[in-house]
Design a protein around this ligand. Structure first.
Ligand code: PGA
Length: 255
């Protein structure tokens, strides 16, 4: 294992926050603070903010992502947006499988796999979220849950395509709760995900595979979490909405 083979990725997940005007203002605030980042910086924003975000990030080192995509290219899917449409707008990243999608909007391991496939087919990089509920951790089945979510989502994904997948390990009990996993808990699962990649593909693929941690990562705890061998970045919710906090996490990942 060698962390130096991987470039850290810090991605904001804005969730259902910010109007287009507010998105422009926040990105303009973030831009100078992360201009010299030695990691990849992404902001995943609501669909309605994508054009504003793409415009505001022009010429900067910040990439833009969506928070979900549909598996079909087009059709009778009221309220959904396809990966093809996102690509046509110039969006480079997309989150799939976020626990809020799984919990509130009926996403399953299979639809997450299909959404991931559509994003890959359209040339995008996917931030694929996996993670256990509190009851599952208490039942000691975290590894089974995470392994099975990962295996199903990666079914049919080639080793070459793996270069465009990032897995975000997000324990559901740590999301938006202020309850961060300890650095050791994050490391344990991120390491297990890397081992699963080695098992499904090979060691070379595993060594360069980016695994993020997400769940109440903030300016104060980012250093410790990101110092772990298998934690290659973060998917940031609440703290991504405050420019100085997001920039502090980017700085911690740039060390
Ligand atoms: P949080 O959200 O940082 O607010 O816990 C993380 C996420 O849901 O991606």
């Amino acid at each position: 294992m060698n962390k130096s083979l991987r470039k850290a990725v810090i991605a904001g997940n804005w969730k259902m926050n910010k109007t287009p005007a507010e998105a422009t203002a926040l990105i303009n605030e973030i831009k100078p603070l992360v201009a010299d980042a030695d990691c990849d910086v992404v902001v995943c924003v609501p669909y309605i903010d994508l054009f504003a975000a793409l415009e505001a990030t022009k010429g900067s080192n910040i990439k833009v992502g969506a928070e979900n995509c549909h598996w079909a290219a087009s059709g009778a899917f009221t309220g959904e947006v396809s990966a093809e449409m996102l690509k046509a707008c110039g969006v480079e990243y997309v989150i799939t499988g976020h626990s809020e999608r799984r919990t509130y909007f009926g996403d399953t391991d299979v639809t997450v796999r299909d959404r991931t496939r559509a994003a890959l087919d359209n040339g995008m990089t996917v931030i694929l979220c996996v993670g256990e509920y509190l009851e599952q951790r208490e039942q000691n089945i975290t590894m089974e849950v995470v392994r099975s979510q990962t295996k199903i989502a990666l079914a049919g994904v080639s080793k070459e395509e793996l270069d465009r997948i990032i897995i975000a390990y997000e324990p559901v009990w740590a999301i938006g709760t202020g309850k961060t996993a300890t650095a050791d808990q994050a490391e344990e699962v991120c390491k297990a995900i890397r081992e699963l990649i080695a098992e499904l593909y090979d060691q070379e693929a595993a060594d360069k595979f980016v695994v993020q941690y997400g769940g109440s990562m903030n300016a104060a705890n980012a250093d410790e979490l990101l110092s772990k061998e298998d934690v290659d970045g973060g998917l940031i919710g609440g703290a991504a909405l405050k420019a100085p906090d997001f920039a502090a996490i980017v700085k911690a990942a740039s060390k």
